[in-house]
Design a binder for this molecule. Sequence first.
Ligand code: GLU
Length: 366
Amino acid sequence: MTRRIVIKIGTSVLTGGTPRLDQAHMVELARQCAALQRAGHEVIVCSSGAIAVGRERLNHPELARTLANKQMLAAVGQTRLMQMWEHFFGIYGLLVGQMLLTRADVEDRRRFLNARDALQTLLAHHIVPIINENDAVATEEIRLGDNDTLSALIAILAEADLLLLLTDQPGLFTADPRTDPAATLIPEVRRIDETLRGAAGESVSGLGVGGMSTKLRAADLARRAGAEVIIAGGRVPNVIGRAAAGEAIGTRFPALEQPVENRKRWILAGPRPAGALLVDDGAAEALVRGGKSLLPAGIAAVEGEFSRGDAVLILTAERRELARGITRYDSGDLLRIAGCRSGEIADRLGYAYGAVVVHRNDLILL
Ligand code: GLU
């Protein structure tokens, strides 16, 4: 069975914790990817390292930690990084194609579909997509900031079967193994809860950005979209082939049994909620158990300013997150129709976009 596999290679894996890229190890990773491809699978690589390579290329200059400096390092490093990947995959007869994305490319539904088409076409031509964040132009507002999140979005875009997060740790531990000798590896995670989030802590490894907590969030996103997720050590021998073959390695997160439907995955990947709708108990029940749409009658409060078509969070009165969805009314309209029956919408506003505020088809439960 062909599996579509997203492999996220963190900076710590590429450098082995040194200030330089470990080219021999990059060749080895390319070899493992090529073996998967030869076995009939589809491989997508999410490669970090642009900034680290830029630093190496410019001889580790002393620079202030400004966005512009990071952008410069990324601009220099990204081309070099791609040159290497192109060369190393070429050894195994594979072509690569670069895609540089930012949050803005997945926030808008049309751009999301456009990126998805590019990805699908590369795969259809047996070209290995190598993706990174477009760090050279990504300003604060449109940055994802870490490639764990980026790789989860790629898994959603690509409708991947497996997301493999390669890092400098063998997986997720019950506590931080660097400080707690009693920490043990967690082989499988079925529920992501507070205890687990606590165990993941805020560990950040070396030159990379993400720590275990960003990996957990990424894993959660991807498994909701129907991908299995594995966090494993990027230097474990033959880790890629072994993970793809289902061998017990690292920490595995099975895909949710009822993943978010395909056409709704964009809501999971893309837009940051622009506001929130607080709903009463009846509406909460109807959304969660009844599989219903959200009507104005169930809305108790409206927070934030947003337009029709924006993503909003749907919260209980106690502010528990229930769902995320696309609103059909803007915040100004909603302030006027919250709590009223759908039949009254047109009277109150002088127009109506239909009886529901967030349609079931535009909504995902959290
Ligand atoms: N996009 C960054 C880079 O290429 C890496 C972000 C991360 O380490 O998660 O340097």
